[in-house]
Design a protein around this ligand. Structure first.
Ligand code: ZN
Ligand code: ZN
Length: 258
């Protein structure tokens, strides 16, 4: 048999074996949706049709490149939407995978509470958002928004670091030289912007041997609510000499309130 025919035959055999294996697996372990645990018919899918539909809705739509809220690009003035025009923002731009609702909200919450395997569904969404941003090619460092060490110890991982580790970027490295030096209170989504800002004021610092000076940084976080945490992180990084600080988040919550 000539080489190309042999190659094709091997490929065919591989496909048949894979299909048979998937079918067998499917019979033994009926596939369930990674989000709602409902039955799914397609063995190669991670989510059911309903969850995929919700996810597509959550991740569709234009947003303000300055604050991440829903905004039509025709409503932007000098790159800012009406909601953030008067707001003091220390980061230079933001990319988001979607809005904090329905399937995306449920998955992010589960991801924070032990379901780390959901990174396989969530990271491609974050990757697409980052690659579609206007700062993608400028980034030198990816900086996960840090948890206080006591919280990381309790949870066992930092969900933002798990996402950052799986992002695809030709050059950017991950830096963990931004640290949370004060444990902040967990706040309800409905907490006001001034309350959130007070809660995180002075909560972050950089390690002594950091290499942030002159660098273009992209913060990585799971949820942006009022932006107080990202703002405080960006302020701290700029005080340490960072050139530009952008942000990438899985979801933006609190669309209506400032
Ligand atoms: Zn589902
Ligand atoms: Zn805005």
């Amino acid at each position: 048999m000539e080489a190309s025919k042999l190659h094709n035959a091997v490929q065919r055999a591989k496909r048949v074996t894979t299909l048979a294996w998937q079918g067998l697996n499917h019979l033994l372990w009926p596939a369930v949706c990674a989000n709602c645990s409902g039955r799914i018919t397609e063995a190669s899918e991670d989510l059911c049709t309903r969850c995929w539909d919700q996810l597509l809705t959550c991740t569709a739509g234009d947003y303000c490149p300055r604050c991440g809220r829903d905004a039509s690009k025709y409503g932007l003035v000098a790159g800012a939407c009406a909601a953030c025009r008067e707001q003091e923002i220390h980061f230079d731009g933001i990319a988001r995978a979607g809005v904090y609702s329905e399937a995306l909200q449920q998955m992010i919450l589960a991801f924070k509470h032990d379901r780390t395997e959901l990174a396989y569904v969530l990271t491609p969404l974050a990757d697409a958002a980052l690659q579609g941003s206007n700062f993608y090619s400028d980034i030198d460092l990816l900086v996960p928004v840090p948890l206080h060490w006591t919280r990381r110890l309790l949870r066992g991982y930092n969900q933002s670091h798990l996402i950052a580790k799986r992002l695809k970027h030709p050059r950017a490295r991950i830096s963990t030289d931004l640290v949370r030096i004060r444990r902040t209170r967990a706040q309800p989504v409905a907490a006001t912007a001034p309350a959130r800002a007070r809660n995180v004021a002075g909560a972050f610092a950089v390690r002594e041997d950091h290499r942030f000076a002159g660098k273009t940084i992209c913060l990585v976080d799971d949820i942006k609510t009022t932006g107080a945490t990202l703002n405080e992180c960006a302020r701290t990084l700029k005080a340490a000499g960072a050139n530009k600080v952008y942000a990438l988040v899985l979801a933006v919550a609190g669309q209506k309130t400032l």
